[in-house]
Design a protein around this ligand. Structure first.
Ligand code: ATP
Length: 242
C-alpha cells in the first residue's frame, strides 16, 4: 500500500463523508479525566459510493471514528459532514432522519434478545413506518441472502457468533442505507462467508452506498482492494491507495 500524507479529494460527485480538521477524544469530561485524543485535525472526503477500509492497530480509534460517523460521538472540534449534512447545524429531527439513513454493524452486534431474528431485522423498517407486507418481503429476502432464513423465529440469544453477526448485518442492510458503517463485520464468519460479505459490500458501493469497514484483519482488504483510512493510534489518519 502506498501512503499519502493527506486524504485525497473525492474522485467524483458530492462528498458523502467530509472531515475538516476533525478532532475526536474519548474519556474526557464525562469520565472526569483529560481525555485521550483519537483523531487530531483529520481531513478526508469520501464520495457517494466510495468504499474505504478503516485500518489501524487495536485501540487506535476505529470504533470511535465509526461512532462519530454514526452521529453517536460528537467531535471535540472541527467539521464532520455525513450524507451531505452537518449534524452540528441540524435540528434533532433532521439528525434523527439522517441517522435512519445510516446502517451500522457493531462489533458486539447489539441485537435485542427478546425479539426474534425476523423482528430484529424488521425493526428499522417498522421505525420507518413501512407496511408489514413490504417488511415481510424485504426481511425475507435479506435473511435468505445471508442464509439465515431457517433462524427467522429464533431468539438471537441462542445463535452462534456467526449467526448473530449475519443477523446484525441483515438489520444494517435491510433499509438500503445511504451509508454503511461496519465494525469488524466478518470476525465471526468463516473465509467463504467473509468473502461473500465483502463482495456484497463492494456491490452496494457500486450501487451508490458509501461504505466504511473497520478491521484489524490484514487479509480482508486483500479480498477487495480499495482505498484505506489508516489510523496510527496517535491521532493521525492517512489515506492509502489500494
Ligand atoms: N468511553 C471511553 N472512555 C475512555 N476511553 C475509551 C472509551 N472508549 C474508547 N476508549 C479508548 O479509546 C481508544 C480507541 O478505542 P476504539 O475502540 O475506538 O479503538 P479501535 O481501533 O476500534 O480498537 P479495536 O480494534 O481493538 O476495536 C482506546 O484506547 C480505548 O481504550
Amino acid at each position: 500500500m502506498q501512503h499519502h500524507s493527506a486524504c485525497a479529494p473525492p474522485a467524483c460527485g458530492r462528498a458523502m463523508i467530509r472531515l475538516r480538521n476533525l478532532c475526536l477524544t474519548v474519556g474526557g469530561a464525562a469520565n472526569g479525566g483529560r481525555g485521550r485524543i483519537v483523531l487530531d485535525q483529520a481531513n478526508c472526503d469520501i464520495p457517494q459510493g466510495g468504499f474505504r477500509w478503516l485500518l489501524g492497530p487495536s485501540g487506535a480509534g476505529k470504533s470511535t471514528l465509526l461512532r462519530a460517523l454514526q452521529l453517536a460521538h460528537p467531535p471535540e472540534r472541527g467539521t464532520l459532514e455525513v450524507l451531505g449534512a452537518d449534524p452540528a447545524h441540524a435540528g434533532r429531527r433532521a439528525t434523527a432522519r439522517l441517522r435512519r439513513r445510516i446502517g451500522a454493524v457493531h462489533q458486539d452486534y447489539r441485537l435485542l434478545p427478546e425479539l426474534s431474528v425476523f423482528d430484529n431485522v424488521a425493526l428499522p423498517l417498522r421505525l420507518d413506518g413501512m407496511a408489514e407486507r413490504s417488511i415481510r418481503e424485504e426481511v425475507d429476502a435479506i435473511l435468505s441472502w445471508l442464509r439465515i432464513s431457517p433462524l427467522r423465529d429464533r431468539s438471537p440469544r441462542y445463535l452462534s457468533g456467526g449467526e448473530q453477526q449475519r443477523t446484525a448485518i441483515a438489520r444494517a442492510l435491510v433499509k438500503r442505507p445511504g451509508l454503511l458503517l461496519a465494525d469488524e463485520p466478518t470476525n465471526a464468519l468463516d473465509e467463504t462467508e467473509s468473502l461473500r460479505l465483502v463482495r456484497l459490500f463492494e456491490e452496494l458501493s457500486g450501487l451508490g452506498t458509501t461504505v466504511v469497514i473497520a478491521t484489524h484483519n490484514p487479509a480482508l482488504p486483500r479480498l477487495v482492494p480499495a482505498r484505506a483510512l489508516v489510523l496510527d493510534g496517535r491521532g493521525q489518519m492517512v489515506e492509502s491507495a489500494p
